[in-house]
Design a protein around this ligand. Structure first.
Ligand code: FAD
Ligand code: MG
Length: 295
């Protein structure tokens, strides 16, 4: 085996996992494709001591701190294939190189599937968001919207009035029943039943099919998330979350496949930088424990 542990994904979760293993003087390879989920956002919020910092800066400081440890190697690239072999696991990169380790930590995050609405993708992370805790405060209590994608958007709309006067744009995605309408009224959410044509404007204007325009400070949308192919290749069990499937992992972040750990957004129904860092620390320590005691 080339390494004690290969970590796939070198962002917040993977870096944090690596730090525990590095401090135990274990031989670690981090493989990272450099596509952090929050790369569209200028600022990251809600992580203690780092509140308001550019997300890239938090990641690059983390990487610099990890790479000070002599037993850690870094590889820029995409892990295309992972499979169990005698004594551990084999990971094949897209460019064809093969690496082996006794344990594997999946920290590869998720991809957001954005609704196919003209003007949305270019506003993602700037005026269109999924998480009010991350970006709601900065909207300064201006008018905000929730773009419905399914019944899940009811919950998002019910949260949002704490950050500003809220309109739920149904856009044909779902129809609130009588009880849901009562819930929406109780939270002062205005419901706009029409179809949305596109997003426009310097911030975000919601342009309806009938030509009406709602000028908003921010728009929230619940994205579907995908956990990537490696967990499935390895045979890790998945769980179905409200936003999509995620890798099932126990409290110490062990997956259903012995020797494979998973942390960060990939292994949670919903994530954040702070949760990814905490999760990674747990996965790193658990992988180390499993190396020490052969668990
Ligand atoms: P990621 O940060 O997504 O990193 C995964 C890494 O693994 C990437 O570098 C990726 O390229 C790599 N990778 C994936 N597959 C492979 C592979 N096969 N081989 C090699 N490498 C691979 N959270 C906050 O706490 N505060 C915020 O303000 C905030 N703002 C956000 C804004 C936006 C627009 C979005 C979309 C999310 C935001 N989040 C925020 C959530 C935050 O981005 C995630 O919770 C966090 O990035 C999860 O960290 P992670 O390490 O699990 O995954
Ligand atoms: Mg990571």
């Amino acid at each position: 085996m080339d390494y004690d542990v290969i970590i796939i994904g070198g962002s917040y979760a993977g870096l944090s996992a690596g730090l525990q293993l590095a401090r135990a003087r274990r031989k670690v390879l981090v493989i990272d494709a450099g596509q952090r989920r929050n790369r569209y956002a200028a600022h990251s919020h809600g992580f203690l001591t780092q509140d308001g910092k550019p997300p890239a800066q938090i990641a690059s400081e983390g990487r610099a701190q990890l790479m000070r440890y002599a037993t850690v190697q870094w590889l820029d690239g995409l892990a295309a294939q992972a499979r169990p072999v005698a004594g551990g696991f084999q990971v094949v990169l897209q460019q064809g190189t093969v690496h082996t380790a006794q344990r594997l930590i999946l920290a590869a995050g998720v991809e957001d599937e954005l609704p196919d609405l003209p003007g949305l993708a270019q506003r993602w992370g700037r005026h269109v968001f999924h998480c009010p805790y991350c970006h709601g405060y900065e909207l300064q209590q201006g008018p905000i919207g929730a773009l419905a994608v399914s019944a899940i958007s009811l919950h998002q709309a019910l949260m949002l009035p704490d950050w500003g006067p809220t309109t739920l744009f149904l856009n044909g995605a779902f129809e609130p029943d009588a009880e849901q309408q009562t819930q929406l009224r109780a939270r002062d959410v205005r419901v706009e039943p029409g179809a949305v044509a596109r997003l426009d404007g310097a911030a975000v204007d919601v342009v309806m099919q009938d030509g009406r325009v709602f000028a908003l400070a921010g728009l929230f949308v619940a994205t579907r998330v995908r956990p990537g192919v490696l967990a499935a290749q390895l045979g890790c069990e998945l769980e179905e979350g409200p936003l999509g499937p995620y890798v099932k992992a126990d409290p110490v972040r062990a997956t259903s496949v012995p020797g494979v750990f998973a942390c960060g957004d990939l292994a949670r129904p919903a994530g954040s930088v702070a949760l990814a860092v905490g999760d990674g620390a747990m996965a790193g320590a658990a992988a180390h424990r499993s190396l020490m005691f052969g668990l």
